[in-house]
Design a protein around this ligand. Sequence first.
Ligand code: OOG
Ligand code: MG
Length: 259
Amino acid sequence: MADIAAIAARLDDAARQARAIPQITGEGGELPLAEAYAIQRAAIDHRLARGATLVGVKMGFTSEAKMAQMGLKDQIWGRLTSDMVVTNGATINRARFIHPRVEPEVAVRLKVPLSGEVSREEAFAAVDAVAAALEIIDSRYENFRFALGDVVADNASSSAFVVGPWLSADTDMSDVAMVMRVDEAVAETGTSAAILGDPVRSLVAAARLAGSGGLILQPGWTVMLGGATAAAAIGSARTVSLDAGHLGRVGFTIEGDAA
Ligand code: OOG
Ligand code: MG
């Protein structure tokens, strides 16, 4: 059995100091998913103890492009905390990240609790608003390399997220063209349909997976439904934007140097 508290503290320190650590499973070790999720929870508890609050969850590996990029096939989920929120258009400091990457995503805000096995209709009925979003992932592991247990323990690489203007719940999010630019150049293009064929399926999966981890998705929470394309490295970038057609635009600026 892994030393859950010790690994959680190491991951939390790595995130706070923006310094990479070796993979947990590095030397042929194993990390069963139940233990990995226990580490995730314990690491997030450190953030909560410092005053952050839970503001939602994120899904990972919900598109073929992401699965292919990282060589993993199972959907995973992580917790979103208030200290990860970046306002649309804001400037963030490069020093807070190790080797950041960005992904074009769709986000929903919930209006009622959602948990366990829910139908597509129940998932839709729980949605309060829909938005285009960008997720900044920043694996705490050296070289952004990990096995499934590692990345689950590391809260699905989650580091920061930016949500565009919230639109009404009936806004069609099923097949929206997305163009993500890094320093004005097109870095990735895709469609929201790449997210499990329809992003609402990712919300259904989020309710089930978080529910099996004992977490009920709460009204007011944001659910990041997963990257529609591969992630783009932004280690030396200054501007990032996403144009998502009728879902609108979202972006941010980076200043300063790596720590
Ligand atoms: C894990 C996080 C994956 C997504 O949207 O698929 C993820 C990683 O690729 O480091 O956030
Ligand atoms: Mg993501």
